[in-house]
Write a protein that binds this ligand. Structure first.
Ligand code: ADP
Length: 520
């Protein structure tokens, strides 16, 4: 370095290192280091190679004065140059000869190479090499100035690398958070939302932007809460440094932003600052609607099955033990009547077990297997009506056109549907009200309907009556037996035939159930 320029260059060095260390973008830091070193050393070519394990070792990350296509052989040579250093076998001769080789491979006019290691906290980060077209002596003092520049550059490179890593880590966390199926939100100690993910938006109806800086109490509008909420945890001592840091789990029904309801479970975990005070709260929200529904279904199932099984078993047991009394001689007529009741109840049990098995099969396999053949809906309905007429005082009228087309279907399953619709019409209408079963057809489909003049079905229950174990809760259903499986099975059977089932009803004036089946 020229002595008359030394003071000037010291100032320059100071300015340059400030400019470099103020940068956090690695590419920009490297660009500035290259430019400053070219100016300082009046160089023609400069390269910075960084130790990049992923790329396979030392790799040129910034350069000036060489063509991009020269980089692969250059990387190769740099790795050869660094190998002995890596292995602790440093030799100045080897270094000089390799540098000369590198300079010649770039440009035969390069006369001198100055290599400066970039080292931070004893960790070699990379190498800065400047080539110039003339050769001058480099003094000890020059070397120390250059090394202090290289040290500053290494600090800047290290900072920028750390910042880059931090940024990548931040993006990774953000991606995990945003793609998580569970809702996640972070609160500050005052319970104001600091961050929320997409699933949180899906669950509560509040987008992350809308929720930001809002008190969480304004967002979580509980309809029912099974356990004390966050307030209670705070009151119990989360805010106290000596309190145990147990996560808090709460569960309940939340009113979402659009007014709909959802069952959720939230786990709150406290995060403490170094002084032990509460810094933030990380919360995980899970949609537990399906879990709750399954629980509810299970308890409905247990109580229905218990009730429906117990009643016929009690009747069978009662009649059987009466008939088996050896102190009474029953007449043939009494015997036959009582045995007929036992048989009827045993049939009811068999049907119930059969329905339960079919329902669980549908649940497991998601569809019903059918034995398809010619099926005569009119004949099935007529037989069903005739059979049921013998069991009830109610009038059952038939309303079919003379000729009714055959369809392709599973006759046994379709009989089950018609039986169920007719049995329901009998069960849910008063003694003197007539019931009609009839059919219509078009070019493409056949339609069967069962009409009664009974109690009807409330509008808000119409969709639910086809659900498993669902029974409308009114005095009529309480007086009649049923497991709430008939319509669920009817729907599954009709849908397996690619048909549709529906109901039209008005409370007080009766109900008409329809099913439509394709003719082919
Ligand atoms: P179940 O008759 O065993 O209760 P279903 O699945 O056949 O089960 O019917 C479900 C519910 O739909 C019944 O409990 C009843 O509340 C209602 N329902 C069905 N058919 C009628 C009808 N014709 N009139 C009024 N309500 C009906």
């Amino acid at each position: 370095m020229r002595p008359d320029l030394r003071t000037q260059q010291r100032n320059f060095l100071l300015q340059i290192t400030r400019a470099i260390t103020a940068q956090l973008d690695l590419d920009e830091v490297l660009r500035r280091v290259i430019q400053a070193s070219l100016v300082m050393l009046a160089g023609r070519v400069a390269i910075i190679a960084l130790d990049d394990r992923q790329a396979g070792g030392f790799t040129v990350r910034a350069y000036s004065g060489i063509a991009a296509e020269d980089l692969p052989p250059l990387n190769q040579k740099l790795r050869e140059l660094m190998r002995p250093l890596d292995e602790g076998r440093f030799s100045r001769e080897f270094l000089n000869s390799k540098l000369r080789e590198i300079a010649n491979s770039i440009d035969s006019g390069l006369a001198q190479s100055i290599a400066m290691p970039l080292v931070f906290a004893s960790k070699p980060l990379g190498l800065l090499i400047v080539f110039r077209s003339y050769q001058t002596e480099i003094t000890r003092e020059d070397l120390s100035t250059l090394q202090s520049f290289a040290d500053q550059a290494a600090i800047a490179v290290n900072n920028a690398q750390l910042y880059g890593e931090l940024n990548r880590e931040h993006q990774r966390l953000e991606a995990i958070l945003n793609n998580s199926g569970d809702g996640v939100f972070i609160l500050d100690a005052e319970q104001t939302v600091q961050q929320a993910n997409r699933a949180f938006g899906r669950i509560t109806g509040w987008t992350a932007e809308e929720a930001l800086q809002q008190p969480i109490q304004d967002i979580l509008d509980w309809q029912a809460l099974d356990m004390p909420d966050l307030q209670a945890a705070l009151a119990a001592g989360w805010a106290r440094p000596d309190a145990p840091l147990e996560p808090l789990y709460v569960e309940g029904d939340l009113r979402r932003r659009d007014g709909s309801s959802i069952s959720i479970g939230i786990t709150y975990a406290p995060l403490l600052a170094a002084d032990g005070s509460l810094e933030s709260i990380i919360a995980n929200v899970r949609d537990i609607s399906n879990f709750r529904m399954a629980q509810e279904l299970q308890s409905v199932f247990i109580s229905t099955v218990q009730h429906e099984l117990r009643t016929p078993i009690a009747i069978i047991k009662g009649y059987a033990s009466t008939l088996s009394r050896d102190d009474v001689d029953w007449s043939g007529a009494v015997m036959r009547k009582n045995l007929a009741i036992i048989e009827e109840e045993a049939d009811r049990l068999t049907n119930l077990v059969e329905d339960l098995l079919t329902a669980s099969k549908i649940q497991a396999e998601r569809e019903l297997r059918l034995s398809i053949a010619d099926a005569d809906i009119k004949a099935l309905a007529t037989q069903s009506a005739d059979r049921l007429k013998s069991q009830t005082d109610k009038r059952i009228e038939l309303s079919f056109p003379e000729a009714f087309p055959l369809i392709q279907g599973d006759a046994a399953r379709l009989r089950q549907v018609i039986d169920n619709l007719l049995t329901n019409a009998i069960k849910y209408s008063p003694a003197d009200a007539p019931i009609t079963v009839g059919g219509r057809y078009t070019e493409k489909s056949v339609i069967l309907f069962v009409r009664d003049k009974g109690a009807g079905i409330p509008k808000d229950q119409i969709d639910k009556i086809f659900d498993r174990f669902y029974r409308v809760d009114n005095s009529l259903t309480r007086q009649t037996q049923g497991a709430g499986l008939g319509l669920f099975l009817a729907k599954a059977i009709i849908e397996a035939h690619k048909g549709e089932i529906s109901v039209r009803s008005q409370v007080g004036s009766g109900a008409t159930f329809y099913f439509t089946l394709p003719r082919d």
